[in-house]
Design a protein around this ligand. Structure first.
Ligand SMILES: [Zn+2]
Length: 196
């Protein structure tokens, strides 16, 4: 009896270690690598803002989602929502194909999920932009960056929660923020809504 219990205990420890090896380290006491609570930036008028609860917290928000078995962060930077996905009112009323997460000063941008750096480019509009391929036709895009993290190059494998860059205002950004997109088969989807 004792030995069976011992074996079970060892198995549990092994399983726990295996889980540790694949679980990103917590950042700032929130969810592992996605904002635990996401708020609409105080004092900013966000024309396409989702419904909020007390304190500007986005109603029904969950930090992580699963898309085709790929676990992804909905907000992989320490920031607040300055623009949501979808059509923006006012001006040209352009369609916004990602989330804008305002960070004030440049802050670490974390990989939204496990994957491979598919491209790093300096594009008009997007500025310095990274795309991560997560497999299964799922990718994420990080735009307006100010700097790349060391070791981040095309083809490199990254883990969820790994720092890949710092936020900035490169391209057509008017403030330091992360423009974050989740794409499925190349089509941008709403990071706040996609998945379960
Ligand atoms: Zn944007």
């Amino acid at each position: 009896m004792r030995s069976v219990t011992g074996v079970l205990w060892i198995m549990c420890v092994s399983l726990a270690l295996a889980a540790c090896a694949t679980t990103p380290q917590p950042q700032g006491g929130g969810a592992p690598y996605s904002m635990h609570n996401l708020r609409v930036c105080p004092g900013m008028s966000v024309s396409n803002a989702p419904a909020t609860a007390e304190g500007g917290v986005i109603a029904g928000y969950s930090p992580l989602t699963v898309v085709r078995d790929v676990m992804l962060a909905r907000a992989p930077v320490d920031g607040c929502l300055s623009s949501a996905f979808g059509r923006r009112s006012g001006g040209a009323g352009s369609f916004h194909d990602g989330l804008d997460l305002y960070t004030g000063a440049p802050r670490p941008v974390l990989a939204g999920g496990d994957g491979r750096i598919a491209s790093i480019a300096d594009k008009r509009g997007y500025g310095l932009v990274i795309e991560i391929d997560h497999g299964a036709g799922v990718s994420t895009r990080y735009a307006h960056l100010s700097a790349l993290a060391p070791e981040i190059r095309e083809g490199v494998r990254v883990r969820a929660g790994e720092t890949i860059a710092r936020t900035g205002d490169s391209g057509n950004a008017t403030a330091v923020h992360l423009h974050y997109e989740i794409l499925v088969d190349g089509q941008a989807r709403d990071p706040l809504m996609i998945g379960d």
